[in-house]
Design a binder for this molecule. Structure first.
Ligand SMILES: Cc1cc2nc3c(=O)[nH]c(=O)nc-3n(C[C@H](O)[C@H](O)[C@H](O)COP(=O)(O)OP(=O)(O)OC[C@H]3O[C@@H](n4cnc5c(N)ncnc54)[C@H](O)[C@@H]3O)c2cc1C
Length: 374
């Protein structure tokens, strides 16, 4: 294979976004994916991820705006409806709707802080017992379609992608650049490599660069039928004294009746990319079903579908987006990365092309590890 400026490892949301960003800039690049495209063993499969502007943290809030613009650019380029707008609700005492509303106000994001009595009239599927923050820009990203669209735009810009081609080892070259040793035989020389390998990040890097502790957990989500298919269902984040949950229209995965995907934002069982069992936790199913019974009267409290997925978490849930030598570490999961994918692609491409990190909080140093090649 002829040498490229940048190689990308992983065709989940982040690798696909990086390939798209590099392709748009006319950078010679190539992407390698260990499994078939669109597989369900990582973090980016399925038809629904929350896109929301509501973040208590001003850095992420600003990033949602930048990502939102890029999602619309992708839709225009690919002619695909990747982000459907539904509006979003934040509620529960620990979610602190008033504080969220204040952050949205500071950032100039349209929103309303609504008392429970009015919210109950507007969204009849919910049993609110306190104030609710509503913002209309929130919605649902179709993750499968987003990956496919970014990959096809990358391909159109001349970035080849190889499926079923695991990268076994990254070898730094004496004169600069790297050689990727491919499990299928052969190798690829590149000026820089972006590693967007999700739960397999540590395996792919193989100790080449130091990493903060990345904890991989298996999570699950459940699809609950709507009692009335005409009820309006915004995406939502709930954090109360009983539990922390989120929900969203499930898209294709929600079946023809438009079931709502509901999950808990919980610890999950610690695993690895290769050893996870894919078995949905009965305890989580019971907790989420109980939540639906108590708090979401517009849903039938019996899931008709369920799926498991992997989080790759840093200790403080901040992303790792940094470069060490010719290696870019791109680990934006922690359960909330999907909404930022096209922005993460731009950031990873910037790092590969020599720009300084997007924000000091995402550097390896900020995560407590030295940024040097081992
Ligand atoms: C249940 C669940 C719900 C979520 N909900 C939301 C949400 O509502 N909103 C939101 O913003 N975010 C959400 N997220 C987070 C979001 O989905 C992730 O941040 C995102 O999918 C991470 O993508 P990734 O590309 O980093 O990882 P992945 O999608 O796992 O991609 C990594 C890829 O690297 C490949 N790979 C691994 N090793 C190699 C190798 N040696 N060679 C080549 N390729 C390799 C893998 O096969 C894989 O395809 C959720 C995550 C989960 C699990």
């Amino acid at each position: 294979m002829s040498a490229v400026e940048v190689a990308v490892i992983g065709a989940g949301l982040m690798g696909a976004a990086t390939a798209w960003a590099l392709g748009r800039r006319g950078v010679s690049a190539a992407l390698f994916e260990a499994r078939e495209f669109g597989h369900t063993a990582g973090s980016s499969h399925g038809s629904a991820r929350i896109y929301r502007r509501a973040y208590p943290d001003p850095l992420y809030l600003r990033m949602t705006g930048l990502a939102g613009e890029l999602w619309r650019e992708l839709e225009l380029a690919a002619g695909a409806s990747v982000l459907s707008t539904t509006g979003g609700l934040d509620f529960g005492r620990r979610r602190d709707p008033a504080a969220i509303a204040a952050r949205l106000a500071e950032a100039g994001v349209p929103h309303e802080l609504i008392p429970a009595s009015e919210a109950l009239r507007r969204w009849t599927g919910f049993a609110f017992d306190g104030p609710v923050t509503y913002h209309p820009e929130a919605g649902v990203v179709d993750a499968d379609l987003a990956v496919r669209s970014m990959m096809s735009e990358a391909a159109r810009a001349g970035v080849p992608a190889s499926a079923s081609t695991p990268v076994r080892r990254i070898e730094p070259l004496a004169g600069g650049g790297v050689r990727l040793h491919l499990a299928t035989g052969g190798s690829q020389v590149a000026g820089r490599v972006v590693v967007a390998a999700g739960a397999w990040m540590s395996d792919v890097l193989g100790g080449l660069t130091p990493l903060p502790e990345l904890t991989v957990t298996q999570q699950q989500a459940f699809h609950f039928p709507r009692r009335d298919p005409n009820t309006e269902w915004p995406v939502f984040v709930y954090k109360g004294d009983d539990t922390a949950s989120y929900g969203l229209p499930g898209g294709r995965d929600g079946g023809p009746g438009g079931a709502i995907k509901v999950a808990e934002h919980a610890e999950g069982s610690v695993t690895t990319g290769d050893s996870r069992d894919g078995v949905v936790s009965p305890a989580s199913r019971a907790r989420v079903t109980d939540y639906v019974r108590r708090r979401l009267p517009g849903l039938v409290p019996e899931p008709f579908a369920e799926a498991s997925c992997l989080y790759t978490k840093t200790a403080n849930e901040d992303f790792v987006l940094d470069r060490v030598g010719d290696v870019v570490v791109c680990s934006p999961c922690s359960g909330h990365g999907a909404k930022f994918a096209p922005l993460i692609g731009e950031i990873a491409a910037d790092l590969a092309m020599g720009k300084t990190p997007f924000d000091p909080r995402f550097t390896l140093a900020a995560h407590g590890v030295p940024a040097s090649l081992s």
